[in-house]
Each structure stands twice: as structure tokens, then as C-alpha cells.
Design a protein around this ligand. Structure first.
Ligand code: F0G
Length: 364
């Protein structure tokens, strides 16, 4: 493990002897067992898959490494994507690593600063369009049809191939598929990829079961839930601010083939989950990522019994990509004091914040 997606899953990816075996250390991300939230939800077997631990801080690196390797194999001269931020960060990083020119189209004013910073410092040509993601993706599709440039959005099947390896890892870690897999849905490539991965592993006899796929869109950007394109998608979770998902049919297949659901969560529910993951598990993911756990909380409130279910929530991206949002949603927790020991003591011990003395956690 730790060798990257291409060599770890060589036999299960569309590689040839001519495919360059590039890696930036993507994949092999932690599957962390919940310490507090699972107990609160009556779910003793709750896990979080930390895709923010990938080299550019999101799951996109798994798919990008395959897409770029195949582009290089085919002698491509440049790569291009439209993005709400993470795809562009990943494309730009692999573009830099492999010395291939990278063009990224992003919706102006709608991409978290950390992601924009990544694309820029990695040296991609960053092009802002005065339109939303769906329009940008349309332009990129048209451009790459007209020009000899490789499209590296998830409409490129090599992206899906790479991303399915996260499902392999979940099964490898648990010994079988979970009962339920909660995942955010934006352009719907990732839910499509996970479902493909779970089915392939089952076909190979590496798992006995398949999970129910529980996909969650943001309420103001929920075309699959509503059954129609959303012309002007709106949500605080900018990564999934998408009104016309490219892999729409893949998401429907995952839902129907697994007996799962595609539902939506409000921005308030997303932000609540974002804060809970951070301050009750120590998991700082981005708001779009928190849609998976927000979906679990929603289903719990609706009465879904979780006590005997093994559940995995996918945390798709790292919270550090959007620190401003974290500061504004954490709510006034930093205080200012004079530089004296008395002031430090007043700010800490003065409010009874330490609580009662407690027994060692290990003796519980
Ligand atoms: N979570 C994060 C952090 C994302 O960046 C995205 C998609 C998703 C979830 C949804 O995944 O699109 O496969 O359904 N981000 C894309 C981008 C659209 O351009 O970075 P999906």
C-alpha cells in the first residue's frame, strides 16, 4: 500500500504496458471509526473515509492519476477541465507533476479560495468564466471536441475507473461492503464510480454483499432529487453547486441497483454536519463533504434504525480549502486577552471549562 492507485490496482484498471505508472501518493486513505457521533446516533459501526488525505486534499486525485496516465500514453498535448475547484486543483497538480499544460475553467466567484490557490500555484492556466459550473463544463466539452486537448472531467471514463478504487479500499478495510454508504452528489461521477467498484469487487468474490448507495445533493442544487435540471443552482457547498450532473444516469443506476436513495439536505443541515464532524470527531472536511453525514443525520431523524448497520460516510475533501467558512461558522471561539498569566487563567479556568475531573478514557 502507499504505492499509488495505478500500481496497487493495476489489474483492475484499464492500463497497458505503455501506461506510465505515475503517482503522487494518492489513494490508501484512512477509514476512521467514529468515536462519538456513531454512539449519539445509535450506530456502533460508523466509519468515515477521509478522502481529504489525498495529495491535493480531495478524492479527485484517484481519478485524475488514471486520466492523466492515459492522456500521456495517448500522447496528449494538454489537458482541460471545468471545475467547482477540486478537479482543477487535482488536474493542475498532476499537470505540473507530469509536465503537461493544464487549462481549467472555473465559475467566477464560486470557487473556494484554497482551491483557486492550488490551481494557480501548481501553474495551470486558470480561466474564470462568468457563468456556473454547468455552463463551464459545456464549454470544455465543446472545446475538447474541437481541439486536440484531453478532457479530464469525470465524463472521461478513466476518471471513474480511478475513483472506483475507493470502494475497493473500503471493502479491503472492512472485509466486506458496508450496509450503507453515504456520499455527496454533485456531478455524480463519484457515486457512479463507487457503485462500479463495489460491483466489480463482488463479481471477483472479494465481497459478499453490496451497500445501499445513499447519495445526497444540496437542497438548492438537487436536480436528481427533483427530476429536472436546476438552471441556477445555489448552495453554500460550492463544490456541489451543480444543476445538470454529467453522470446523472450513473447516479440513478447506483440508487436503483442498490435499493438506495438520492435525497437532499439543506444548507443548515450541511453546516450542522460540518461543525459536528469537526468538533465531535476531529474531522475537518469541506461543506460539500459534510453532505454525506448530514444525510445520515437526516435519515436518523426520520427514524432509520442504525443499531445493527455498518455505515461508511465519504468525506470527499479537506476543510482547509475554505478556512474563511470555518471561521465564520465556528462562531466567536477565539478570544483576546492581555499577555498575563492571570488573564490566561481567567480565560481558561475561570469559566469552569475544564468540568469535573474525569477518569482515564482507557478505563471506560
Ligand atoms: N465533494 C467534493 C469535495 C467535490 O469537490 C465534489 C465535486 C463532490 C463532492 C461531488 O462529486 O461531482 O463526483 O458527484 N467536485 C467537482 C469539481 C465537481 O469540479 O471539483 P461528484
Amino acid at each position: 500500500m502507499g504505492a499509488g492507485v495505478l500500481s496497487t490496482y493495476r489489474d483492475l484498471l484499464p492500463l497497458t504496458s505503455a501506461t506510465p505508472m505515475i503517482t503522487m501518493g494518492e489513494g490508501d486513505t484512512p477509514l476512521v471509526k467514529s468515536n462519538r457521533l456513531g454512539r449519539e446516533l445509535g450506530c456502533p459501526e460508523l466509519y468515515f473515509k477521509l478522502e481529504g488525505c489525498n495529495p491535493t486534499g480531495s478524492f479527485k486525485d484517484r481519478g485524475m492519476v488514471v486520466a492523466i496516465a492515459k492522456a500521456l500514453e495517448e500522447g496528449s498535448r494538454a489537458i482541460m477541465c471545468a471545475s467547482t475547484g477540486n478537479t482543477s486543483a487535482s488536474a493542475a497538480a498532476f499537470g505540473a507533476h507530469c509536465d503537461i499544460p493544464t487549462f481549467v475553467l472555473i465559475p467566477k466567484g464560486e470557487v473556494a479560495m484554497g482551491k483557486l490557490a492550488q490551481a494557480m500555484i501548481y501553474g495551470a492556466k486558470v480561466i474564470m468564466v462568468n457563468a456556473n459550473f454547468d455552463v463551464a463544463l459545456g464549454l470544455v466539452r465543446e472545446f475538447t471536441e474541437r481541439n486536440d486537448v484531453t478532457l479530464v472531467n469525470s465524463v472521461n471514463p478513466n476518471r471513474i475507473e480511478g475513483q472506483k478504487t475507493a470502494a475497493f479500499e473500503v471493502v479491503d478495510a472492512l472485509g466486506d461492503a458496508p450496509d450503507l454508504l453515504f456520499i455527496p452528489v454533485g456531478n455524480a461521477g463519484n457515486i457512479t464510480a463507487y457503485w462500479k467498484g463495489f460491483r466489480e469487487y463482488q463479481d471477483l468474490g472479494r465481497s459478499q454483499t453490496l451497500p445501499r448507495m445513499m447519495g445526497f445533493q444540496a437542497e438548492g442544487a438537487a436536480p436528481i432529487v427533483r427530476g429536472e435540471i436546476v438552471a441556477n443552482p445555489q448552495t453554500i457547498a460550492s463544490a456541489i453547486r451543480i444543476g445538470n450532473p454529467a453522470s446523472w444516469s450513473g447516479a440513478i443506476e447506483a440508487r436503483d441497483g442498490s435499493g438506495g436513495v438520492i435525497d437532499s439536505v439543506s444548507d443548515d443541515e450541511i453546516l450542522e454536519a460540518y461543525r459536528l464532524l469537526a468538533n465531535k470527531e476531529g474531522i475537518f472536511c469541506e461543506p460539500a463533504s459534510a453532505a454525506s453525514f448530514a444525510g445520515l443525520v437526516k435519515m436518523h431523524r426520520q427514524g432509520l434504525d442504525l443499531h445493527d448497520k455498518r455505515i461508511v460516510c465519504i468525506c470527499t475533501g479537506n476543510g482547509l480549502k475554505d478556512p474563511d467558512l470555518a471561521v465564520s461558522s465556528a462562531g466567536g471561539q477565539a478570544i483576546e486577552i492581555a499577555p498575563t498569566i492571570e488573564a490566561v487563567e481567567a480565560a481558561t479556568l475561570g469559566n469552569g471549562e475544564l468540568g469535573e475531573p474525569r477518569r482515564s478514557r482507557n478505563s471506560e
